[in-house]
Write a protein that binds this ligand. Structure first.
Ligand code: BG6
Length: 463
């Protein structure tokens, strides 16, 4: 779909044109307003050298203080939707009692968004476990699942009158993969059995939060945000296809199936059982998951996964990579400034997969965007970043999304990652994604060329 004839890419009426971010990545004020430490605040205090340029989450993009002007900036570029998260450690610092300063902050943010005609989409968990709950075992612990359900209930009670779009988790695979499989995020464990437990408890927590939401009788909707990575095999030989199916089971279907269909894929259960890795669960858990599926899906898409059959099969596999090998597709195009594969058609494949295999559930793109390191090299003398690469990236993805919608997929919005450059975990400010550039020293914002482009797209409901 590159370099083709001019076409009209108009999107369905009422389409959401927004951007996404998360509490820990934007708010800053990590020691202010009664907030408790989360695992990121804590980890930075003990191992700052792990973070790019030793920049921790303390200030982020200062959204806690600048949210009013930032919401105005959102309106200035035509955003009609903004998805972010609440900080659990800010709202319920001791695990039990609501922090009034946090309520005031989030209430003002929601008011500000609504006043400017921007739909708030509020997520409950974006990688940021409160430290004291991590010390109780984090997602491995049922007590923490119950603490999360309490937090969810309080959030719905406090803000559910105004906020009509909720999500329970963002990318629940990430804490599993990074925190319990590859030693990359705190608590830096490498243990597949524990990882499976964390994954299962996230799904259970999500279902229990949905149960609470429905009990409260609010008239909104509750969903989940998953980063779907379409898995493509090296070839159509049976072993390669099997490898791709296994990768899909672990990284996509272990969350997609319980969230949307209310059940785990039988192939996944059989595989885990065969390798003695089934999670611990109690009577009633599977019924809870079965009866509290999501109303909609948020989908984050950056890159696909390419795999091939294992060259040297492992006799006693204990990690996902023991089941398949990565495959380097010779034709792949890489983002030269970030290092992820760019494959726009992946978004179309996701759109059709949701339509054909997941009840054509309503969904929106919850994140898509292009990370760029050293982005100041594209700055002109007036301080504007000329990010034509980002505009092209977004347009090409939107074209494939448009095709998916035309073929019947029920997608109702697109959120760019992200509104302002923000702090990104261990990568801190290495890769910039925003429509607005942030000068980390002064916290000043400046609009990039892509921000101007987005304004037109939103105004025309397409391009
Ligand atoms: C997404 C996460 O997967 O990737 C975000 O939801 C994250 O939290 C984003 O910031 C970009 O990651 P990176 O490593 O390129 O900064």
């Amino acid at each position: 779909m590159r370099g083709g004839t001019e076409m009209d890419y108009s999107f369905p009426e009422g389409f959401l044109w927004g951007a996404a971010s998360s509490a820990t990545q934007t708010e800053g004020a990590s020691q202010e307003g009664g907030k408790a430490q989360n695992i990121w605040d804590y980890w930075y205090t003990i191992e700052p050298e792990k973070f790019f340029h030793e920049v921790g989450p303390g200030t982020a993009s200062d959204f806690y203080h600048q949210f009013k002007t930032d919401v105005q900036r959102m309106a200035d570029i035509g955003m009609n939707s903004f998805r972010t998260s609440l900080s659990w450690a800010r709202l319920i610092p001791d695990g039990r009692n609501v922090n009034p300063e946090a309520v005031q902050f989030y209430q003002s943010l929601i008011d500000e968004l609504l006043e400017k005609g921007i739909r708030p989409i509020i997520n409950l968990y974006h990688f940021d476990m409160p430290l004291h709950l991590q010390e109780k075992g984090g997602w491995e612990s049922r007590e923490v699942v119950e603490a999360y359900v309490h937090y969810a209930k309080e959030a719905f009670r406090l803000f559910g009158g105004q906020v009509k779009d909720w999500t329970t988790f963002n990318e629940p695979i990430v804490p599993v993969e990074m925190g319990y499989l590859n030693h990359y995020h705190y608590p830096c464990v490498v243990d597949m059995k524990r990882a499976v437990q964390v994954a299962f408890h996230s799904m259970l927590a999500s279902a229990k939060a949905i149960e609470q939401y429905r009990k409260l009788g609010h008239d909104g909707k509750v969903g989940i945000i998953l980063n779907l990575t379409p898995s493509y095999p090296r070839s159509d030989n049976e072993a390669d296809e099997k490898a791709a199916e296994t990768a899909d089971l672990f990284f996509n279907r272990s969350f997609l199936d319980p969230s949307v269909l209310g059940r785990y894929p039988e192939e996944l259960t059989a595989l885990l059982n065969q390798h003695h890795m089934l999670p611990h669960y109690v009577e009633g858990d599977m019924e809870t998951i079965a009866s509290h599926t999501v109303d909609f899906l948020g989908v984050n898409y950056y890159q696909p996964r390419r795999v091939q059959a294992k060259e040297h099969p492992v006799s006693n596999p204990t990690l996902p990579e023991h089941f398949f090998d990565p495959y380097v597709w010779p034709e792949r195009r890489m983002n030269p400034y970030r290092g992820w594969e760019i494959y726009e058609k992946g978004l179309y494949d996701i759109a059709l997969n949701i339509k054909d295999h997941y009840n054509n559930i309503p969904w929106y793109v919850a994140e898509n965007g292009m990370g760029v390191s050293d982005e100041e090299r594209f700055m002109d003398e007036d301080g504007m970043i000329h990010d034509d690469y980002r505009i092209e990236f977004l347009e090409e993805h939107l074209k494939w999304l448009h095709k998916g919608i035309k073929e019947g997929s029920n997608c109702y919005g697109f959120h760019m990652w992200t509104f302002v450059d923000n702090w990104s975990w261990l990568n801190a400010y290495k890769n910039r994604y925003g429509f607005y550039r942030v000068d980390v020293e002064t916290q000043q914002r400046s609009l990039k060329k892509s921000g101007h482009w987005f304004k037109e797209v939103s105004r025309n409901n397409g391009f």
